[in-house]
Design a protein around this ligand. Sequence first.
Ligand code: FE
Length: 160
Amino acid sequence: MLPPTTTQKPTAMTEKQHPVNPYYSRTDTTSLTLSDAVWKEVLSPAVYEVARHGSTEHAFSGKYWDYEGKGSYSCAACGNRLFRSDAKFASSCGWPSFFETLRPNSVLYRRDSSFGMARTEVVCGRCKAHLGHVFDDGPAPTGKRFCMNSIVLDFEPDKE
Ligand code: FE
C-alpha cells in the first residue's frame, strides 16, 4: 500500500505573527506607543523578542532572506508598511536585505554601539519595533543595505 500523499503545507510556520493584535494596521501611520506588558500580550513570543528586545534571528533561518515574491513588507508588530519587494536584493548575509524603505519615515534610526560596534539600528517608524540595522555596503542607487529580521516582517503579495 502506498503512503498517503500529503498536500498539507509544512507546519514550520504555524505560529501566528500577531495572534490577537488590535493595534495592527497597514493604513494607520500615526505613532503607536504601548506598554511592554501590552506588547507581550499582543505579539507572539518570537516577534516580541526581536521587536521589543532587539534580538537577532539566526542567519539563513528566517522565512524571507531568499524570498523573491512581489509585494510589500510590513512591520509584524504594528502593520506599518516598510519595504517594497522591488527594493529587495539578493544578499549573501542570510537576512532579508533592501536598498531603500517604502517611505522616508517608514523607519527611524538609532545609534547602536552594542557589542563594541558602531552600527545604525533601524526601528519601525510607527511602533519603534527593532527591525535590524542599516549598512553602507548596499547596491545602487542608494548604496544602503537594510539588513532586517524576517520574523518582524509581514509579506503581503501584490494583487494580480
Ligand atoms: Fe511597527
